[in-house]
Design a protein. Structure first.
Lengths: 499, 499
């Protein structure tokens, strides 16, 4: 049965996606190839394009169609989901006046350079007034768009549709009960040596090795490319054009390896989305946490496994014979899994990482519950770092000012990182019921693993929300036990812990 | 005196330019970095963007403002020019119905692959029906947009505002009278050896040398970059972001050298346009022939001069000591100026090049005078190549099918290439009245040369049309005598011709 109105709805959604994809290329260029003096015209291009995209999204015809289709009982499940998910973000946009959006954008634009300067000189007071204004505006936004139980739910909903503070609280209770003591046990044991990561490694050879790994993962270079950048990211312009980026540290081989595997995991998801659904929810990633589950699955569950380095270490050693001549595959594996409490989130290992996230979650929640003012933040931050990680924060640059998220107004984003890891562990468990992953990885045969992800996750887009997808794939809702089981198995052995 | 209407006119023009610049980045990406499977989304992005740009250009508000401002006597000269030039292209667009434009675009889209196949298999009949339809549509376009004296004038006007068939006829009469016999004299003398161009040259070193030359020319790498491509071009997204591209032939050093100098000449013009006039005629290139005058000035007048190689050859020799060990600067200079009649326009030397253009001009003019049908074209082409260049065309791939221009509907474009060279010679003559260019070039000090071009040409944008600009800079209209004078001086010496 053909439905003209739904077809038109899809057409308009595709046009929006095509323009967003063009805007995506502009931002990719900004981070990879743009000459310095190209910044001005780039900002103008992005401003004009985002204005046009906003107008298309809230255009009368599309709003009217959406309204009608919401009540069209002839739609199948996928179509219904596509209409429903579009309407969800549309209704939010419609609650915000142009003046409000413009002021938010102006505030964000001014906040970034202030944050950058504040971080450079470690002077929180330079960023504080901007942060205060951003929080005020976000509080207004919450009031305008509404929420059911907790104001913070409205913020998380932008990144993780339907996720509630209630769920995240319960999850982090488990983390506190199980992961915190486990890390305390681990850190009482002696840590593996990872000093050989920090030697001079030829930059071209680093890139060549990274490419080999991406190819083995099944990343399709005819639908993508890899470029150097300062802050690595992956961008999916369309399933036929998904680009990854990497950072090179000339004296640290670990940066490019797990950076590229991580971005490669994101990229495989984007390359595996159904191209014929481009622009619709059914052609989009299910949520940020599911996206992150893919990157962390490849980075940690696969890319920091013993089997992985049994296969890849000999290749790496051939590439860098001088640097790695006295190292064994097992040494490399252990070094890749060194657990150390640290100050900086993006440098954290896969266990203590979640303490960084819990701290941010607790702070953000308190801010939007009205329990913390901006001036309280550095002190509260430092208190929590002492509590969870046992560390004294020496200055705000290495503390409250380290992340870029807040100056973009990205409150409610952080929890998706932890959820991603926990989903990854649960998916990995489910996969192992069907595949002998270790045996496959040992042989460097990663394609069946990708195929499993394609079949079970990628091809579905956002047909199911994260929680439902998880149930469909694993038979149950997100369960932190799988992460702890994975952590115990791996780290008990590396750290010789008996329990 | 502030003029609100004119300010709004400028604002709308700038918005159009900002979006065109975004479209420019998409096309740069297509030719340099896009992965193969990114082609589909790219075509969609470009289609959607060009539709939006067309709508903005013909939007009621802008059309109304333009109409009013055309009769606003309070405008200064520059503002008047900006309104006038915008209106010129606007009126053309308004004459063409959406259906007509869509059919033209469809025909062009279908023509490109047909031309490509026809060229690959050297089968003109595969392209002929497409060419026939393109010519029909272009004839309709001429009728719709109108012309004063000759239908071909309407076509040239798209690339060279105001240029007439009458002027080009007179110019090519001079070429026939003076350049044709001069080339005949030259080719009776023995040619310099250029076989050392064709050796293996390391690709990275080729690029490094090319970069050195661009830097010496004053190309600002903080407002640009250079990338590899198959068909080299320069694209100016804004004076702050002007990118050049190059082709590498691993066995021919000449390709990258004069390719990059040529594109660098275009780029210096774009980098030198006034950024505060971006989007207006006063911030745009005067015409295609003036653009080409800049690329050819650097490529030929500077980049194939004896002084240039006296300075740069020792550097090139240091880069490629093996390949160039028995070569002297003067041998290199002479090789760079070898004159040989040849079949392919883009491989021609700076003298016989103009015969290729005259042939195309004669053919295009006859087509739009209704004197030639599509079936006559290959024969007529081959006849003219015999007449002007003394060559038998062995097949259509090396004959009538060699250029991409027609399948894009680009009739009327070719003459701007010759005009560019002739303007370049005249500008060079004028420059030499103020600067001792040879002495500067010998020292590798090219910046005063760039400064002269900036002051006399670049900064004026399109405030003056090509002919008026030429008069302003040189004191007279385009005069072919300067090109012949330049040619005599250079080639009499290289070829030991006494007259």
């Amino acid at each position: 049965m053909s439905n003209r109105k739904y077809e038109r709805f899809c057409e308009l959604n595709r046009k929006i996606a095509v323009l967003s994809s063009a805007a995506g290329l502009l931002s990719w260029d900004q981070e990879t190839h743009m000459p310095p003096k190209g910044a001005i015209i780039k900002a103008e291009q992005m401003g004009v394009l985002s204005g046009i995209i906003h107008n298309l999204k809230t255009d009368k015809e599309l709003v009217g169609l959406t309204e009608e289709l919401l009540h069209d009982s002839s739609l199948d499940d996928v179509a219904r989901t596509n209409v429903y998910e579009f309407n969800r973000t549309l209704q939010k946009s419609l609650q915000l006046s142009t003046e409000f959006v413009e002021e938010l954008n102006r505030t964000i634009s001014a906040a970034y350079p202030a944050w950058h300067q504040a971080k450079t000189y470690s002077r929180f007071e330079l960023f504080a007034p901007h942060l205060e204004r951003l929080i005020e505006l976000k509080k207004q936004e919450i009031q305008l768009t509404g929420y059911q139980l907790h104001p913070y739910d409205a913020l998380m909903d932008d990144f993780e549709p339907g996720l509630t503070t209630h769920e995240v609280d319960r999850l982090f209770d488990d983390v506190r009960k199980e992961l915190v003591p486990f890390v305390q046990t681990i850190t009482k044991h002696s840590s593996p040596d990872d000093s050989f990561f920090n030697q001079p490694y030829d930059e071209n050879l680093q890139v060549a090795f990274g490419r080999t790994v991406l190819e083995a993962m099944g990343y399709d270079f005819s639908s993508g490319r890899m470029d150097r950048t300062e802050h690595p990211f992956c961008i999916g312009l369309h399933p036929g054009d998904v680009r990854v980026t990497y950072k090179i540290k000339p004296h640290d081989i670990s940066e490019i390896i797990w950076g590229l595997i991580h971005e490669g995991g994101h990229a495989l998801y984007e390359q595996g989305l159904p191209a014929d659904q481009f622009g619709l929810a059914s052609g989009s990633a299910a949520s940020l946490s599911i996206h992150e589950s893919q990157s962390r699955f490849w980075e940690n569950n696969i890319g920091r496994s013993s089997a992985f380095w049994n296969f890849f270490f000999p290749k790496l050693q051939l590439t860098f014979p001088e640097q790695l001549k006295h190292i064994h595959a097992n040494d490399f594996y252990k070094a890749a899994n060194r657990v150390t409490p640290s100050l900086i989130r993006i440098q954290a290992d896969e266990l203590t990482y979640h303490f960084h996230i819990m701290i941010r979650y607790e702070i953000e929640k308190s801010i939007f519950e009205g329990k913390l003012t901006v001036n309280d933040l550095p002190g509260f931050w430092n208190k929590l770092y002492k509590e969870y990680l046992g560390l004294d924060v020496p200055n705000d640059a290495q503390g409250i000012l380290q992340d870029v998220h807040w100056c973009h107004g990205g409150f409610g984003y952080f929890p998706t990182y932890s959820l991603g890891s926990f989903y990854a562990a649960q998916f990995y468990y489910a996969m192992n019921k069907e595949l002998n992953t270790e045996e496959l990885i040992e042989k460097g045969n990663l394609i069946p693993i990708l195929d499993w992800l394609r079949t079970n996750i990628h091809q579905h887009g956002m047909k199911h929300r994260a929680q439902q997808l998880c149930e469909k794939v694993t038979g149950e809702k997100l369960n932190f036990a799988y992460f702890m089981q994975y952590a115990h198995k791996k780290y008990n052995s590396i750290y010789h812990i008996n329990n």
